[in-house]
Write a protein that binds this ligand. Sequence first.
Ligand code: PLP
Length: 402
Amino acid sequence: MRDEFPIFRNHPEWIYLDSAATAHKPQCVIDALAKFYAEDYATVHRAVYRPSLKATEQYNEARATAARFVHATAEEIIFTRGTTDAINLVAQSYGRTFLKPGDEILISEMEHHSNIVPWQMAAKYIGAHLRYIPMNDQGILEWKGRITPKTKLVSLAHVSNVTGTINPIAEIGKAAHAVGAKLLVDGAQAAPHLKIDVQELQCDFYAFSGHKCYGPTGIGVLYGKKALLEAMPPVQGGGDMIERVELENTTYQPPPLRFEAGTPIIGPAIALKEALEFIERHREADFLLPYATERLQAIPSLRIIGTAPHKGPILTFDIEGIHPLDIATLLDLKNIAIRSGHLCAQPLLRKFGLTAAARASFGLYNTREEVDQFADALTEIAIKSSRDVRVSSRCSHKQEQR
Ligand code: PLP
């Protein structure tokens, strides 16, 4: 797989373990983007000249591919800037229109900030209550009994960007619908790795980002059930979202165009089609998590954050006696890129008693040899830091004696 990604031809020494933040791009995606700008570039929807018709056709094909990717219809697919944009769209449109003061919005302690902050903002605006599903020490949601008749909207990660936990979305969707609540799924970490079927998952909305799926930045997907999208008002005005504009009033296009104000994100959407097809062709190459877990578990002072039995390819950890930023800096000196810090999930880290953690995440281009180099480097760091801790505690003991 690595050969399909030109970045690694340009930097053969790089070991990139931060795909949960953003994934590198295969040649086919780069080619699709370049071809569109070099050969086919034009705006969509508006013009009758042939290049515009061709661009419109390609843009529509991209939408059809995204629909197939999640098992929906094209009219249920809205192109957004990413997952954050998609969740904000639902919070502002569905939330502000259909939720009432006193209603409960249910999210969880494991959410990415992008699936917390929009709901805090919506709850404040509406006068609704925001409730959190707790999580146990393994990083598993304790959701049973939390969905009540007061719950009107549930919004949860499919896969946690910190613990890697794969949540039982279909079961939760069933429970949400039993009380008449809607379910939004934040699929940012799931779409690159799992087969997504919004029918099986029983969700009303599903959001994911192109750039984590080996596609370009600036493009994302929001799936919404047709009847819901039809009932929702737009959140931005202008461009092709209109049907008729009068001086006093405007009528809107049906979905999805109603939610795509302004000139759409044409080139990235067309390249996203390639990226999604690339995932469909290669998903089975995603196999490194069990081996990487085994290697990291063997490092004595290392603690893995999130030990659920079903996980996406994400390994968050800390090592006794060394700050995660130092771990990441030392690894960087060996050309190994991992993420460190609050991982955009401060409430989750607090739950584990942390303000920062280190995270390795895997993509289709990673190899077993890279996992070995990473684990060997971590072992060295852990041994050195435990030696430093022993020396410094001996020194402070001597100082106290003096
Ligand atoms: N949700 C989860 C679980 C994520 O991991 C991320 C990105 O890290 C997001 C949402 C936000 O994605 P984006 O920044 O592409 O909008």
